[in-house]
Write a protein that binds this ligand. Structure first.
Ligand code: PMP
Length: 274
């Protein structure tokens, strides 16, 4: 399939410089964008976040949101992607290894597409999650390539028979390793405020809009482990898992509840409206 690499659309394999700072330091950023029926879902929002992440780590990008959208639309069309994902990665580029920013290095951009079906079973029945310490850095608002904390916690969830880990920092629920986390209590949705401790998910922002449209309170207020276990409903969200109910946390079962299902229906309508 066709990929975009440093200004070119290429069919053949590409070569990455071993001195690329993404490879050596995780010095870069990324996005994952969902494609439904050949159309990008919230593409603009994803590229606005990419530009923000870049600015936060002082990577200067030449492309605009429109440029990225045009690149992705071309890839989706040329690769005949109907339902799939687009992966976008930008690193600070290649330079002789040194922690300091290079005097001169050009950002390296890589974009590719792949087919992917919606995870309908988890969305219907719910998924099992574990709780674990949030061992990540303090700038989780940047969608950085440094994902080791996320990787270790997700693996821990898998080894415990779950699919995601809900992470806690000083007893407060932050988010999943690749998702945002929410509880429903007495008809209201609670989720961690969008500060430096979580990634402000694009799906989270869609859910916030859906909740507002349906008159469901969406309260951006942190909650602790006791509140998690006392929740009426729990769900997680991301570009790939959309709104996914949680049916078990550690050893405690949870039912897939009506607020979660209403959000799923509202989300479905956003997709249909594309
Ligand atoms: N938090 C983390 C740590 C993530 O990796 C993701 C997935 N990118 C999310 C939240 C959800 O973000 P989005 O809805 O933009 O996919």
């Amino acid at each position: 399939s066709v990929k975009y690499f440093n200004g070119e659309f290429v069919k053949d394999s590409i070569s990455i410089d071993p001195n690329d700072r993404g490879y050596q330091f995780g010095d870069g950023i990324y996005e994952v964008i969902r494609v439904y029926d050949g159309k990008l879902f919230t593409g603009i929002e994803h590229f606005e976040r990419l530009l923000r992440s870049a600015a936060e780590i002082q990577i200067k990008l030449e492309q605009t949101v429109d440029d990225y959208m045009a690149i992705c639309e071309r890839l989706v069309a040329e690769n005949y992607i109907q339902n799939g994902n687009i992966y976008v990665q930008v690193t600070r580029g290649a330079a002789v290894r040194n922690h300091l920013f290079p005097e001169s290095s050009e950002p390296v951009t890589f974009i590719y597409t792949y087919d992917s079906e919606r995870p309908v079973q988890g969305m219907k029945e719910g998924v099992k999650v574990i709780t674990t310490d949030d061992i990540r850095w303090l700038r989780c608002d940047i969608k950085s390539l440094n994902l080791l904390g996320n990787v270790l916690n997700k693996q821990k969830a898998k080894e415990a028979g779950g699919t995601e880990a809900i992470q806690l920092r000083e007893g407060i629920v932050t988010e999943g390793t690749s998702s945002n986390a929410y509880i429903v209590k007495e008809g209201a949705i609670y989720t961690h405020p969008a500060n430096n401790l979580i990634l402000n998910g694009i799906t989270r922002q869609v859910i916030k809009t859906c909740a507002a449209e349906m008159g469901i309170p969406f309260i951006e207020q942190s909650f602790d482990k006791d509140a998690l276990f006392a929740a009426d409903e729990i769900f997680i969200s991301s570009t790939s898992i959309e709104v996914t109910p949680v049916n078990q946390v550690d050893d405690q079962p949870f039912a897939v509840g009506p607020v979660t299902q209403k959000l799923q229906q509202a989300f479905e309508q956003k997709i249909s409206a594309l």
